[in-house]
Design a protein around this ligand. Structure first.
Ligand code: UTP
Length: 229
């Protein structure tokens, strides 16, 4: 299976706080899945690093596009951490546009990128890469167990195991869409995934084994899918 793997900023936040164990565990899992014949295209999120820098620049009066540019640079720093952990299995740098990503992918190395352009999040990048590469599945590793029927911090919020793109869009219309604060999943990503009917499983990033479970089609997190699937 060809998988686009979005490793959310949450994972890199944990690494910055707790040390390299989690990222090493990610590499082990990715290589294990590789051995089973699964191919990965990887995108790294920005997390706290991006939010902190965006926050500082915002208070200095930067425009939203500049805030996004700063966020993109932070995602690339996180991409470099995963590239470092993958060693010679990885393409040596994060491509900064889709054309370069596709060329890098042809090298057979595992390609890890961060953001690409302002006005979106790495969700959209992962969705577009999924489209370019005809990925069978996008997996988003994040800080929640999946999609909830209301904001996960609200009491009584329930995890939704399966949701259509259009239903997901309704839920996220109540979420934030500002630099550093794309919550849940970016609406641009949903549009792209929907138009190409690419399923996306949103799972918790605390356990890299969730990647294998998602590939096996196990019922974890939330599967976002099209009506015709
Ligand atoms: P993220 O995709 O990581 O945003 O990019 P996020 O929603 O804050 O996700 P987590 O918390 O990391 O999982 C960080 C910021 O970088 C900018 C946006 O401002 C985004 O909020 N960005 C990222 C872009 O402008 N374009 C991109 O292609 C990617």
């Amino acid at each position: 299976m060809r998988v686009t793997l979005l490793i959310g900023g949450y994972v890199f936040d944990r690494v910055a706080q707790e040390g390299t164990e989690l990222i090493t565990e990610y590499v082990r899992t990715i290589l294990e899945a590789n051995k089973k014949g699964h191919e990965f295209a990887i995108v790294a999120g920005g997390g706290k690093l991006a939010r902190d820098y965006i926050g500082i620049a915002r208070s200095l009066g930067a425009s939203k596009s500049v805030l996004d540019d700063i966020g993109i640079l932070c995602t690339r720093l996180n991409a470099y951490l995963l590239i470092s952990a993958l060693g010679d299995k990885a393409y040596p740098h994060p491509p900064s546009n889709y054309r370069d990503y596709l060329s890098a992918f042809l090298s057979g190395k595992i390609v890890v990128c961060g953001g690409m352009s302002p006005g979106q999040s790495t969700d959209a990048v992962a969705a577009l890469i999924s489209e370019y590469l005809h990925s069978d599945l996008m997996i988003k590793m994040t800080s929640a167990e999946g999609v909830y029927d209301r904001h996960p911090k609200e009491t009584g919020a329930k995890l939704i195991p399966k949701i259509t793109y259009s239903h997901a869009r309704k839920i996220i219309s109540e979420y934030s869409y500002d630099p550093g604060t794309y919550e849940l999943i970016d609406p641009i990503a949903l549009k792209i995934l929907e138009r190409s009917n690419i399923p996306c499983r949103i799972v918790h990033g605390k356990d890299p084994k969730n990647i294998l479970k998602a590939i096996e089609g196990r019922n974890i997190g939330t599967l976002v899918y099209g009506e015709s699937r």
